[in-house]
Design a protein around this ligand. Structure first.
Ligand SMILES: Nc1nc2c(c(=O)[nH]1)N[C@H]1C(S)=C(S)[C@@H](COP(=O)(O)OP(=O)(O)OC[C@H]3O[C@@H](n4cnc5c(=O)[nH]c(N)nc54)[C@H](O)[C@@H]3O)O[C@H]1N2
Ligand SMILES: Nc1nc2c(c(=O)[nH]1)N[C@H]1C(S)=C(S)[C@@H](COP(=O)(O)OP(=O)(O)OC[C@H]3O[C@@H](n4cnc5c(=O)[nH]c(N)nc54)[C@H](O)[C@@H]3O)O[C@H]1N2
Ligand SMILES: [Mo]
Length: 759
């Protein structure tokens, strides 16, 4: 696989006319008003609004249209003309809607009114905000504090998120699980353990200086398309890109810049990956060990010849610990084992390793392909090992680049949405608000799901998201979710989590970031933090989808006011009137990160809150960067056996998590359906199947529980043997809640052990 490959199944390069066609299709289907184009032109720019899609940074020198296919779709999805009004519920019951697809639920349009579930009639009915807040407050006051969970999906801005965390703590618990628990928690815990930083170490300028990018399990073409611009620039100045991914993803193969008229008219494409290594799912530990072995062997040869060293020995001596043990492991591991476990040949790994060595400055990029494994933290430790060998962290043009998901997922953590007490400056909260914050750690998503199943959790407040649909063990979760005393969902669109209402259930519809948020002191702005730890202000200018909507901050404050005893320090009404006051509180709580916050929030590209690892200050237990010696050669918690497969759950470019825009996965050549399983031709033949045949997948954990997903059509795709692919969230019925990264508990969604059954 040494050669550059083209995707045999996709419909041409990422970006290009396909991208514009795809945006135009959503534009047509979701029916936003024509003025949406003006809104798009303000996306991700100072004075404009920050994208509601992913967390990719906003450059200082922005493009005329600083948005991508993904961001445009997300914006148009929010700005649809369709409305899911109380009338919709005159025609449909929750039971009926359970048979609807995720796509069809969200296509009903923006939620317009606060609603309460009427169990007698099996539907939601319109209520007033006062009634909703009063009743929610009454119920929360009645419930035991540790039975309530405050979930958030990474959308809400820093201001609402800070108040949400304050609400949970003033209420009496740290039960603040977040979507990142299913996503980059492996980074928050695993990266932090080895370099003392829970977030990536690079900034925008590093992208412009790097000589090589190594991609492990991150798919920029679908999931962070604006990343393709700096990658294209990097290629133009001669940088190399090497990709490790079981799937040949179009965005990592070639790109036509839809913002460049010349490229659009001539079809001129930029080749992205110089080398594409189709590693087995979960095979990255072995692959990265192989790369390290190439580096060590080259260093040995240099030493023998008296040439200059390949390892950055000064850096290793001054800044790291654990090198000896790791290097022994590298030397002792046989190539045959590395080849078997990674699915890659020594020749391919040697070629990639040589690109790594030849590059002065390297950025290691990663996403869910590393984090969502049973040994996800080990994956990250291995990537850091590779970078440390040549001092590729904490200097210009080099570093670690986890690409975050939701637009403010990282920022929510920064301002206090965290279940671990050690991450929170509790003394500051105590001083600012004059209460004793709870001292016990709260629940992670995995604990929350298990608590729901066991009945120890009996209420969830969701600030965005679709938790029921995003987690493993979905069938059991549906029963557990509906058993709760209280479900409150702050949402923009209807989704599956709404259809399993608790005994008392509320939908609280909110504004999105593109919309005007007029409060007593005028139109409010909010802020978000991107993957490079830059904070940017965002102002919505569109008229709200309904006059009954409230902002996320106003909803959080409304629940808080109705739930908590009044105190002079809890000024919910004043904070709602002026979000600048909340930013003052954030600055008072985190003075180093948010100095002069209100003054700096509209700096082009956002203001940087800094990162110690970027300066080679290591906040680890050992006060050094840590080499991790792997205790196993793959990221799996199970052994392969004949007829057993590693199922990766995939995203298409036509979805944002559980929001399914449509059924066109054009980069992978899959149209009109999501009920498929991708397998390589050899696996199809070996299993005695044929293309187009319908099969079922059953999970294979050996825990005695039956989990099955049927009606899947077999599709041939270029994949490594034993690695198969199906879509997220549909395949979540197959995963087990106990199948997660050991260290961070991130559900292991990229290697679910499954078998195939034909009926
Ligand atoms: N269009 C779109 N954009 C999105 C999202 C979306 O759903 N749709 N979601 C947002 C969110 S919340 C997130 S977290 C990010 C997610 O963005 P990514 O981190 O890119 O996540 P995935 O697409 O789930 O998986 C990434 C890649 O990992 C590969 N992979 C799977 N298993 C392995 C493995 O074992 N090893 C290696 N090396 N690769 C593997 C897959 O083939 C895939 O190309 O995107 C954000 N942006
Ligand atoms: N098998 C498998 N499972 C996975 C993954 C995987 O790769 N495979 N990925 C995991 C990852 S990375 C993540 S991040 C999670 C995602 O889990 P979640 O974040 O819980 O899910 P989303 O699909 O992003 O949530 C969509 C809903 O959010 C609401 N929403 C949209 N915009 C806004 C807004 O601005 N404000 C508010 N209040 N609500 C809004 C809408 O009602 C919409 O229906 O799923 C995880 N689950
Ligand atoms: Mo995510």
């Amino acid at each position: 696989m040494a050669d550059y490959v083209t995707n045999p199944d996709g419909d041409g390069p990422a970006g290009g006319w396909g991208s514009l066609k795809s945006i135009a299709r959503i534009y047509g289907e979701s029916g936003p008003p024509p003025s949406v184009i003006e809104t798009l032109a303000r996306q991700n720019k100072p004075g404009g609004f920050m994208c509601v899609s992913c967390a990719w940074p906003k450059p200082k020198n922005y493009h005329p249209f600083e948005f991508c296919e993904n961001g445009a779709k997300a914006t148009m999805w929010d700005l649809t003309n369709a409305r899911c009004t109380p009338d919709f519920w005159n025609e449909h019951t929750a039971t009926e809607l359970k048979g609807w697809k995720d796509h069809d639920l969200e296509m009903t349009g923006r939620l317009t009114h606060p609603m309460r579930f009427d169990h007698g009639n099996d539907r939601y009915v319109e209520v007033t905000w006062d009634e909703a807040f009063d009743r929610i407050g009454m119920t929360l006051r009645r419930l035991k504090r540790d039975k309530v969970v405050f979930y958030s999906s990474g959308h809400a801005g820093l201001e609402a998120s800070y108040l949400y965390a304050l609400l949970a703590r003033a209420y009496g618990n740290n039960n603040l699980p977040q979507s990142s628990n299913m996503c980059h928690e492996t980074t928050s815990v695993g990266l932090n353990k080895v370099i003392g930083s829970p977030v990536g170490t690079i900034v925008w300028e590093d992208l412009e200086k790097a000589d090589a990018f190594f991609f492990f399990g991150q798919n920029p073409g679908s999931n962070s398309p604006r990343f393709l611009h700096p990658l294209q620039d990097a290629k133009k100045r001669g940088a190399k890109i090497v990709t490790f991914n079981p799937v040949i993803e179009q965005g990592l193969v070639s790109f036509v810049n839809p913002q460049n008229p010349f490229e659009m008219l001539t079809g001129h494409e930029t080749k992205i990956s110089d080398q594409y290594c189709q590693v087995k799912a979960g095979g990255d530990v072995a692959a990265m060990l192989g790369l390290c072995k190439v580096v060590v062997e080259a260093d040995d040869a240099a030493v023998a010849k008296g040439a200059s060293r390949i390892l950055d020995v000064d850096f290793i001596a001054e800044h790291t610990t654990g090198f000896e043990a790791f290097i022994n492991c590298v030397r002792e591991t046989a190539w045959a084992d590395i080849e078997r476990e990674s699915g890659l040949s020594k020749a391919d790994l040697r070629e990639a390793g040589e690109i790594y060595i030849a590059a002065e400055r390297v950025i290691g990029v990663y996403g869910m392909g590393l984090t969502q494994h049973a040994q996800g933290a080990l994956n990250i430790g291995m990537l850091v090992n590779l970078l440390l060998l040549r001092g590729n962290i904490g200097r210009e043009g080099a570093g670690c680049c986890p690409v975050r998901g939701h637009s403010n997922v990282q920022g929510q953590r920064t301002v206090g949405i965290a279940e671990k007490t050690k991450l929170i400056p509790m003394e500051k909260l105590k001083a600012l608000f004059d209460f004793d914050p709870p001292t016990e750690d709260g629940t992670h998503i995995v604990d929350a799901v298990k608590g729901l199943m066991a009945g120890t959790i009996s209420a969830t407040i969701s600030l965005g998201g679709n938790l029921l649909r995003a987690v493993p063990d979905q069938e059991e979760m549906e029963t557990a979710w509906a058993r709760q005393d209280l479900t409150v969902m702050v949402s923009t669109k209807l989704n599956r989590s709404h259809l399993f209402p608790g005994r008392e259930a509320w939908i609280l519809p909110c504004l999105t970031r593109t919309e005007m948020d007029v409060q007593a002191t005028g139109n409010q702005s909010v802020t978000t933090e991107d993957s490079f730890s830059h904070i940017s202000g965002s102002i919505g200018k569109r008229p709200p989808a309904s006059k009954h909507l409230k902002s996320e901050l106003a909803i959080v404050a409304g629940i808080a006011r109705a739930t908590l005893d009044p105190r002079p320090t809890l000024r919910w009404d004043e904070w709602t009137a002026d979000y600048g006051l909340v930013r003052d509180l954030i600055e008072a709580t985190y003075p180093d990160d948010f100095k002069d916050y209100n003054a700096r929030m509209f700096e082009p590209g956002g203001f940087y809150r800094g990162n110690d690892a970027h300066e080679r200050v290591w906040n680890t237990e050992q006060k050094k960067a840590v080499f991790t010696t792997p205790n196993q050669l793959n990221a799996l918690s199970f052994n392969d056996a004949p007829g057993r497969y590693r199922l990766m759950t995939m995203r298409s470019n036509d979805q944002f998590n559980t929001t399914i825009y449509g059924y066109s996965d054009r980069f992978r050549g899959i149209e009109g359906t999501r009920d498929i399983v991708l397998m390589c031709k050899e696996d199809i033949d070996a299993a005695g199947l044929s293309e187009g045949q319908r099969i079922a997948l059953v999970s294979d954990f050996g825990d005695g529980r039956h989990r099955e997903l049927g009606g899947l059509e077999v599709r041939a795709h270029k994949l490594p043997r034993g690695t198969i692919g199906g879509y997220y969230p549909e395949c979540n019925v197959l995963n087990a809640i106990d199948h997660h990264d050991e260290l961070s508990k991130t559900p292991a969604a990229k290697a679910i052990p499954v078998r195939i059954v034909t009926r």
